[in-house]
Write a protein that binds this ligand. Structure first.
Ligand code: ZN
Ligand code: FE
Ligand code: FE
Ligand code: ZN
Length: 269
């Protein structure tokens, strides 16, 4: 049994996940997790996106729903309440207001948009844009946005930090310097990264981030969390054996546990 904390999972409120919170919790307990955190897609701060994220009016219901399972399963598993919030440049104040309106345990900051293009959206019409964009530009813009997102100070964890590879598109230039400067900014800003196993379930069939990237984050002192990015209870803690191997082979010896936006403790791997 692998007892890591799974800090990245969703609920049906985002419009593209299935299963009740209770089912996610039961799935986590079944594989022996002692800690988990819900991080559903926070409302987009600049426009409504039904089917992609929650809406503002759903936040109280989300909080109640998670607090309910927290109480119900308190003696058996630690459950944290979090959000996966998009980084939308220019909307930092509104994002801050949203994430501070409730005592969330941590906020995962994710970049899913480049120039308002949802580059990880599997919708065929949206995937078409991969043919228009230069793949190296996509990666360079992506890493620039990651650094900007860390610098906002809004986020505790940066989500799936090589997401453009999702459908298999790889840069044709060497990105080591780009990743190293990103890792440096992450360290300076005090954000953690996650090992996100959802990549294994996508076309790329590789954990986010790739092994060579993860080594750079480790070398520059960026702390770590784990997430399955489950959108279905059956994916909770999925492939955490591989995630653990990856973390260790990059050099990591511990990961972070958060409470009310602060590191609560570090756990040895
Ligand atoms: Zn999602
Ligand atoms: Fe995401
Ligand atoms: Fe997610
Ligand atoms: Zn995600």
């Amino acid at each position: 049994m692998i007892s890591l904390a799974d800090y990245h999972m969703h609920t049906p409120l985002c419009g593209h996940a299935t299963g009740t919170p209770q089912e996610y919790v039961k799935a986590a307990m079944k594989i022996g997790l002692k800690e988990m955190g819900f991080s559903d897609h926070a409302p987009m701060v600049h426009k409504r996106m039904p089917g992609i994220t929650m809406d503002f009016h759903q936040l109280p219901g989300y909080q109640n729903m998670i607090q309910d399972v927290q109480k119900r399963f308190a003696s058996r598993i630690n459950i944290k309440i979090a959000l996966e919030a998009d980084f939308v440049p220019g909307y930092e104040a509104k994002t801050k207001q949203m994430i501070e309106s409730f005592p969330y345990d941590y906020i995962i900051g994710s970049v899913h948009f480049i120039d308002d293009w949802a580059f990880d959206d599997p919708d065929p019409a949206i995937r078409e844009y991969w043919k228009i964009y230069n793949v190296n530009d996509v990666y360079r813009k992506y890493y620039t946005l990651l650094r900007q997102s860390a610098k906002t100070g809004l986020f505790n964890i940066i989500g799936h930090c090589d997401l453009p590879k999702k459908f298999g598109a790889r840069a044709t230039v060497n990105l080591t310097d780009e990743i190293r400067s990103t890792a440096k900014v992450f360290k300076e800003c005090g954000v953690a990264i996650e090992i996100n196993t959802a990549g294994l379930r996508k076309l790329v069939a590789e954990i986010y981030p790739a092994p060579d990237c993860l080594k750079i984050y480790y070398q520059l002192g960026v702390p770590l969390t784990f997430g399955s990015d489950a959108h279905d209870p059956q994916d909770v803690g999925k492939d955490f054996d591989k995630a653990l191997d990856l973390a260790k082979s990059a050099g990591y010896t511990e990961y972070l546990i958060f409470k009310q936006r602060k590191v609560e403790r570090k756990i040895k791997l």
